[in-house]
Design a protein around this ligand. Structure first.
Ligand SMILES: [Zn+2]
Length: 147
């Protein structure tokens, strides 16, 4: 997996800043690793923070991928890779951006934020599959899981 610095640019979008492809990408391409600060605090929450899946660590992404916008029909996704050292101990998980569907140069790149219901805000992504809220699909019809 190779990180191409010139793969994307950050620019103004419909919703503040956004990330735009500088050339075309094919389904399954990995655009690059998402770097940033890892916060080891289970109480930590932020608008852009990426839950690393172990319950207490969040990656606060740095530019450019900090500016990925949400879509209910995203063309990209975050992939969390758990890596091990040769002696079997865990390395910090790394986060990569994978392309879900073909992207043309200049197109905005989007991910599904899949927020918890208690953080949901109305969605304006405008795609055919818009759920109306920026939140995880599996939490949408389950109002009972709210705490
Ligand atoms: Zn939407």
């Amino acid at each position: 997996m190779e990180y191409t610095k010139e793969a994307v640019r950050v620019g103004p979008s419909q919703h503040g800043l956004g990330v735009f492809a500088l050339h075309s990408f094919a389904t399954g391409d990995y655009i690059g690793q998402i770097h940033g600060e890892i916060v080891a605090d289970p109480e930590y929450g932020s608008e852009y923070g990426i839950d690393l899946g172990d319950g207490d660590r969040t990656l606060e992404p740095a530019a450019p991928f900090r500016f990925l916008n949400h879509s209910c029909q995203p063309n990209s996704a975050l992939v969390i890779c758990d890596e091990k050292n040769e002696d079997g101990t865990s390395l910090d998980p790394s986060v990569w951006l994978e392309i879900l569907s073909k992207i043309a140069p200049g197109e905005p790149m989007t991910i599904d934020y899949a927020w918890h219901a208690d953080a949901a805000i109305p969605c304006q992504c405008g795609t055919a599959k818009c759920r109306g809220w920026i939140m995880a699909e599996e939490e949408l019809d389950d109002g009972t899981s709210k705490t």
